[in-house]
Ligand binder design. Structure first.
Ligand code: ADP
Ligand code: MG
Length: 361
């Protein structure tokens, strides 16, 4: 394949590791998705939700139980990894210890018979980006664990001819400062070379700071695909609301009162959601602590809450309070005074997310 990048389609894919069992369990439930050329994606979800399985299906390490993978509309489902033009970086370094750093980085290019000049140019570019230039002539075994992982990363990035670089929690063994810089470097590489990058992580901050598109997974399902802003403001399920954001989204068991109102404890809260078909139903009201503020006066969607704790985080204050038996968290400007004991809190109707069976309506 000369053409270096590809649109990647996952069509009606599902996967079980125990297909012969009378009741197979599915690591991935049926889904379809497209990864566009040259974009940055993060696959985000807790351990065991199917992230690695999804990545290995794209690279060819795992053959899906059902469905097809297409690169630029050509089926590759039956192609081996070597024939797919994919670079994959794993959680732990995969390098040749006895070779020099230079030879490790050059290896994927030598295998494909690039010219000596081209190899030199690419190894230089990648080693500069990853701060490995001064180690090029050292044997790889002499490097520290995180430098070894940089070599792994470099081997993934050195080829310009790949359809995508797939990275499975690649920075786990790397210290936080370096992690931050590397994510920025990866972004630059993506912008400069337009290489499709797919980054798997269980860490929301890594996902948010790296990707334009975040794929959130939960128990073998893709629960939401979107920009960081979408996941933050309109989580499609209570799981996303809970998993994304710090603190997690406030979620209250509540009852539908009127077309647009719910009741939390004894408080009426107006929302912007049409609830006319859900009269008397049990729902969950979700509101981010960032959108709940202290109000001076009483009024619509304003209620009294008992303050339990006020934490000063420097750039904001986090109030933990009670309404009846329920705990509510509110992030407020650090300059705002908080009266002891009791505060008036205000929830804007347009910031209310209402969930039925844990799904956003
Ligand atoms: P993640 O990368 O998100 O932690 P995985 O894709 O590794 O999740 O795993 C998804 C599910 O599939 C888990 O329940 C895991 O136990 C199971 N699983 C993963 N690999 C295998 C395997 N080789 N054989 C059997 N079950 C597996
Ligand atoms: Mg994994």
């Amino acid at each position: 394949m000369e053409d270096r990048m590809a649109k990647i389609d996952l069509s009606e894919i599902s996967h079980t590791y125990n297909p012969l069992d009378s009741k197979p369990t599915y690591a991935l439930n049926p889904f379809s998705m497209t990864w566009e050329n040259g974009k940055r994606y993060a696959i985000l979800g807790p351990s065991g939700c199917g992230k690695t399985t999804m990545l290995n299906i794209v690279s060819g390490l795992v053959r899906p139980s059902k469905g097809e993978i297409l690169f630029d509309d050509n089926p590759v489902t039956d192609l081996k990894t070597e024939d797919r033009n994919i670079a994959q970086v794993f959680q732990f370094p995969v390098i040749y210890n006895t070779m020099t750093v230079y030879d490790n980085l050059a290896f994927p290019l030598r295998c494909r018979e690039f010219t000596k000049e081209k190899i030199e140019e690419r190894v230089k570019a990648v080693s500069d980006t990853l701060n490995l230039s001064s180690f090029l002539s050292s044997p790889a075994r002499k490097l520290t664990a995180d430098q070894k992982q940089l070599i792994s990363l470099g081997r993934g990035l050195v080829r310009e001819d790949v359809a995508a670089v797939l990275m499975d929690e690649p920075l786990t063994v790397i210290d936080p400062d370096l992690k931050f810089r590397l994510r920025r470097n990866l972004k630059e590489i993506n912008e400069q070379y337009k290489t499709t990058l797919v980054y798997v992580t269980h860490d929301q901050n890594e996902a948010m700071t790296f990707a334009e598109n975040i794929i959130v997974m939960d128990q073998g399902e893709i629960v939401q695909v979107g920009l960081p802003k979408d996941l933050f403001e309109r989580p499609k399920t209570t799981f996303v609301g809970y998993f994304i954001g710090s603190p997690a989204m406030n979620l209250f068991d509540s009852e539908v009162l009127t077309d647009f109102e719910v009741k939390v404890e004894s408080i009426k809260i107006k929302t912007n959601s049409n609830l006319s078909k859900l009269k008397d139903k049990k729902v969950k009201l979700g509101v981010r602590s960032e959108f709940i503020d202290i109000a001076e006066n009483e009024g619509e969607n304003t209620f009294k809450a008992r303050v339990n704790r006020v934490e000063d985080f420097g750039n904001f204050k986090l109030i933990t309070a009670n309404i009846g038996s329920k705990v509510i968290k509110s992030k407020i400007e650090r300059e705002k005074p908080v009266t002891e004991g009791q505060v008036n809190l205000y929830i804007p109707p347009e910031k209310c997310c209402v969930y039925v069976d844990d799904k956003l309506i």
